[in-house]
Design a protein around this ligand. Structure first.
Ligand code: VGL
Ligand code: ZN
Length: 217
């Protein structure tokens, strides 16, 4: 026995926005978004702490194009808080079918649920803070309380909520891994650039089939 045992980092899995509206047939479908569900179900049993996030917007949310006269999806507006806000179709309205987690996701493995984007006037791509970095969602507190140091991310969408969550996690001092085959992006053209930028910031990448060996280290 070594005199001082190595303290094992505590890992958590973040399952980001695997909600009906982001799946094929939903209001804001991520191409092949449904393919992340099987990956999530396969890796959840490897973690003691599993957090599922949900995008959760009131009907009058600032990110919905229908709430801006004369604007359409894909355009951007400047919000009162100064953010450049991309406009989206109505999605993830509380208690709608679209806001629900995918029925094929094994939620029995989820230990905590976090909702984001709940305020009318500001969006929240990150699962930690809104886009003005104003209000925490409570996720950091959950992770600190559990003693988590290493975060593994998968879900939707790579170029929006997964990326924003990874950036905030790094800023907060977590060791961040993205499970590559467990993510899908909205804009195919931008995903590679987003992943390159995250890599430069210090995010690490792993395929789901490498995870059991990685977690044994
Ligand atoms: C998301 C666009 C709008 C996401 C949420 O989960 O990546 N993207 N709202
Ligand atoms: Zn949203």
């Amino acid at each position: 026995m070594p005199l001082v045992e190595r303290i094992m980092p505590t890992r958590a899995l973040l399952v980001i926005d695997v909600q009906n509206d982001f799946l094929p047939g939903g209001a804001l479908p991520v191409p092949r978004g449904d393919e992340v569900v099987a990956v999530a179900n396969r890796v959840m049993p490897l973690f003691e702490v599993v957090i599922a996030t949900q995008d959760w917007h009131p009907a009058d949310h600032v990110s919905f194009a229908v709430n801006h006269v004369g604007r359409t999806c894909g355009e951007s507006v400047r919000t009162a808080g100064g953010q450049l806000q991309r406009l989206w179709p109505v999605h993830c309205v509380p208690d709608s079918h679209g806001a629900a987690l995918c029925p094929d996701l094994d939620v029995s493995r989820v230990t905590h649920f976090v909702r984001k984007g709940v305020e009318t006037h500001v969006d929240s791509y990150s699962a930690f803070f809104d886009n003005e970095q104003g209000h925490p969602t409570g996720l950091e507190e959950v992770l600190r309380t559990a003693g988590v140091t290493d975060l593994f991310l998968l879900g939707l969408a790579t170029d929006y909520c997964v990326a924003a969550t990874a950036r905030d996690a790094l800023r907060l001092g977590f060791h961040v891994w993205i499970i590559t085959d467990g993510c899908r992006g909205i804009d195919p053209g931008s995903v590679k650039q987003v992943l390159d930028d995250l890599k430069a910031l210090g995010v690490e990448f792993t395929a789901s089939d490498q995870l059991p060996a990685l977690l044994r280290q």
